[in-house]
Ligand binder design. Structure first.
Ligand SMILES: Nc1ncnc2c1ncn2[C@@H]1O[C@H](COP(=O)(O)OP(=O)(O)OP(=O)(O)O)[C@@H](O)[C@H]1O
Ligand SMILES: [Mg+2]
Length: 281
């Protein structure tokens, strides 16, 4: 049994666990651009994302939310910390499924965790057709083109895009449709965890709700767990089970969404919520 099947079998193990995660960026200077110091963008962060749940990360711009999720898919290196997926330790971007009674089969983090970005315009290669974009992750894993195309059709239907889209290019779609294509692409490898970084911020308000409903439906249907980043506190409250509040790279408060967003304990969370603009008449 591989780790992807194991993930479904044991619902009690957290989908993702992170302990002491730290990300540092080198600060270069001088004539030769030497590293002079390090800036700690994510500092000793620990959390766990339960299976089938939505955990949101909130905090002001620059507090390290994107850096945190990028480090979870290997887009930026972790300086320290322990990272586990379904109880298995991640080492060099791989999880070794060597638990009791399991054959030694490792899988890549990208087989289990997929990321969806803020900007659906730059996330899709403008020179590739939708079919090429969607099938590429499976073909790269050795799946036949026919089987990959069949799955692409299935997923287009799931994200409510007509199958004729397969032969089109990204510029032929609206922002909301492109984000649906990005969601379909992320689902091609049957991931168990989605990292959603401001996935609706670049979209018109009218399509934001559709994308959020789609994500929540997918969570229920496929048992996917979601790490969700948003500046929109109303969305976070409506969608999330739990919330982490980040401030200068640290987690300053955590708990159930209703608790943290309605009755915040930490001074920073109180200020963050007070800064949310409201429309007064
Ligand atoms: N590649 C990089 N090199 C150096 N510093 C970086 C790099 N990427 C991010 N940073 C810095 O790390 C800090 C955290 O950035 P990050 O993008 O994670 O913030 P964020 O919470 O996602 O902000 P926003 O809400 O605006 O998206 C910022 O101070 C940023 O300038
Ligand atoms: Mg960000």
């Amino acid at each position: 049994m591989d780790l992807q099947s194991k993930a479904f079998e044991n619902g009690t193990v957290p989908a993702m666990e992170v302990a002491g995660l730290t990300v540092k960026f080198p600060m270069r200077g001088g004539v030769f651009g030497k590293v002079q110091s390090y800036f700690t963008a994510v500092d000793n962060v620990s959390f766990s994302l339960e299976q089938g749940k939505i955990l949101s990360v909130v905090g002001e711009s620059g507090c390290g939310k994107s850096t945190l999720v990028k480090s979870l898919v290997g887009l930026v290196p972790m300086a320290a910390g322990e990272y586990r997926l379904f109880g298995e330790k991640v080492v060099n971007g791989k999880v070794a499924a060597v638990g009791p009674g399991m054959p030694q089969k490792s899988c890549r983090v990208s087989d289990l965790v997929q990321m969806i970005f803020q900007d659906p315009f730059s996330s899709l290669n403008p020179r590739q057709t939708v079919e090429e974009i969607l099938t590429a992750p499976l073909v790269a894993r050795g799946v036949t083109v026919d089987a990959a195309s069949a799955r692409a059709r299935e997923l287009l239907e799931r994200v409510s895009i007509p199958v004729e889209a397969l032969q089109k290019f990204p510029h032929e779609f609206s922002g909301g449709q492109r984000q649906r294509l990005c969601i379909a692409r992320s689902l091609m490898v049957k991931p168990k965890i989605l990292l959603c970084d401001e996935v609706t911020s670049a979209l018109d308000v009218s399509v934001q709700a559709q994308i959020l409903h789609l994500l929540d439906d997918l969570r229920v249907e496929l048992g996917i767990s979601i790490l969700f980043i948003s500046h929109d506190m109303q969305v976070v409250r409506a969608l999330s089970d739990d919330v982490l509040v980040m401030y200068f790279g640290h987690i300053v408060e955590r708990g159930a969404a209703d608790q943290v967003l309605v009755n915040p304990q930490h001074e920073y969370t109180q200020k963050l919520l007070a800064s949310v603009p409201t429309i007064r008449r």
